[in-house]
Design a protein around this ligand. Structure first.
Ligand code: SF4
Length: 439
């Protein structure tokens, strides 16, 4: 490790041939050689979001050749403004293995919550400055000036945010295309709808697009990773892979190159709602148009008709997406489309996203991913219940379920009892008699 060399961002360091302490840590977590990781960071295929001001961070890398990471969206809203509850959700998310938390707060003193996160939380912290601007300036959307939008980006960088969603892909051109090609669900991205409305009311270009170079300067100074937002992500299956979505992606690909010219780390946000048969092709298109930058998917939700179960619709889509090249999954909770998630929704959403991520890691051959499953296979064969609980993604639930219906025979479970195939096979192969009927 080169201690004396100076660098601005992780990407800058990687391009100078410097292996940073953060690269060492991430390489260790991913069973990779630091040099191999450095080369991927230099190319932009792996990002290590870590703002220089976020001192409590436990760094992680994001890239399709690494373990798939998950993000948990939290934050207070006008209808649910209990800060303590949100802090509880943050702690739960971290203890359940979420690598990143996006603070989407849209009410009250957002800076206090954000600063608490970057002071204390080890997870990667992301924000969407557009939402915050509306709360912070306390004035009508159309009256927010271009300078004020940019000031919020700087404020979030100063506060130690590791990545920011910037909706810079919906410029005047994309907006024209969007209006020409009618959609069933219009724009469903919260930030996208805000900036589209601002552009319509003021007649001005998207400030995040027009002043992209100023944003890059801020990101470079603090090493903030840009998450190029997908204002035109499809909000229903019918709108998937349409002209607006692809037009925006082309712009995001161009902006990716501009960010890389300034050594700013980038990831690209993606769909959305999408039929299963379109997901793999979408991942390929993104990787091609955006030059291999990591893809951060918000779902994809593979059907529109399961409110209350969208942690499942998104886990199905997320698993296919991650297997096909996405590297970062945004969790979706059962409360999606219905209300702000409570603590139990958050837990279910995290487990669903972790299942999707892990299933994809096995399929794409991430080093060591399958070892966990193989260990569970061994524990199941031995009917070693304690070991099975320990290895479970949600040990508490596994233990509770078994306890709720204790079997007559301790070494089986109440599903098959005497008919336990595992037990009977172990016995017959050990040369024992298996009777079943009178045991
Ligand atoms: S009883 Fe049935 S479900 Fe339970 S461990 Fe044995 S084979 Fe598996």
């Amino acid at each position: 490790m080169e201690e004396n060399m100076s660098y601005t961002t992780q990407m800058d360091a990687a391009r100078q041939g410097i292996i940073t302490p953060q690269m060492e840590t991430v390489a260790g977590k991913e069973n990779m050689q630091p040099e191999e990781l450095r080369a991927l960071v230099a190319e932009g295929k792996v990002i290590i979001p870590c703002n220089k001001e976020h001192k409590s961070i436990d760094v992680n890398g994001i890239g399709s050749m690494l373990k798939t990471k998950i993000n948990v969206n939290l934050g207070i809203s006008r209808d649910c403004k209990d800060l303590d509850t949100e802090v509880k959700k943050v702690n739960e998310a971290v203890s359940m293995g979420a690598e990143a938390i996006m603070d989407l707060s849209s009410y009250g003193d957002t800076r206090a919550f954000r600063s608490k996160l970057t002071k204390e939380c080890p997870a990667i912290i992301g924000t969407v400055p557009i939402y915050d601007a509306v709360v912070y300036y306390h004035k009508a959307l159309k009256d927010i000036t271009t300078e004020e939008w940019l000031d919020i980006v700087r404020m979030h960088a100063e506060d130690g945010v590791d990545f920011m969603t910037i909706h810079c892909g919906i410029n005047k051109e994309t907006a024209k295309k969007f209006k020409r090609n009618k959609r069933l669900m219009n724009i469903v991205s919260r930030g996208g709808s805000i900036i589209f409305a601002w552009m319509e009311m003021t007649g001005k270009e998207n400030p995040f697009y027009e002043h992209f170079d100023d944003i890059l300067e801020i990101c470079r100074e603090y090493d903030v990773t840009l998450s190029l937002g997908d204002a035109c992500r499809p909000g229903c299956l019918k709108d998937a892979t349409d002209a607006s979505q692809i037009e925006e992606l082309i712009t995001l690909g161009e902006l990716t190159k501009r960010a890389w010219e300034k050594d700013v780390q980038v990831m690209i946000e993606g769909p959305g709602h999408m039929p299963m048969d379109q997901i793999a092709a979408n991942m390929k298109i993104q990787q091609t148009l955006c030059h291999g930058a990591p893809f951060y998917v918000l779902g994809p939700l593979v059907t529109d008709v399961a409110p209350g179960y969208d942690h499942i619709t998104s886990a199905i889509g997320g698993a296919i997406a991650a297997m096909s090249g996405a590297s970062f999954l945004c969790y979706v909770t059962p409360a999606e489309h219905l209300r702000l998630p409570d603590l139990s929704d958050v837990k279910e959403g995290i487990i669903a996203a972790r299942i999707a991520a892990h299933a994809a890691d096995i399929a794409k051959g991430v080093k060591g991913a399958r070892d966990w499953d193989d260990a569970m296979g061994v524990a199941r064969k031995k009917l070693d219940w304690e070991e099975q609980f320990k290895l479970s993604m949600d040990p508490d639930k596994a233990r509770r379920y078994r306890a709720e219906a204790q079997p007559e025979k301790e070494d089986t479970c109440s599903m098959c009892g005497n008919f336990c195939a595992v037990k009977n096979m172990n016995r017959i192969l050990d040369g024992e008699i298996v009777s079943i009927f009178d045991e």
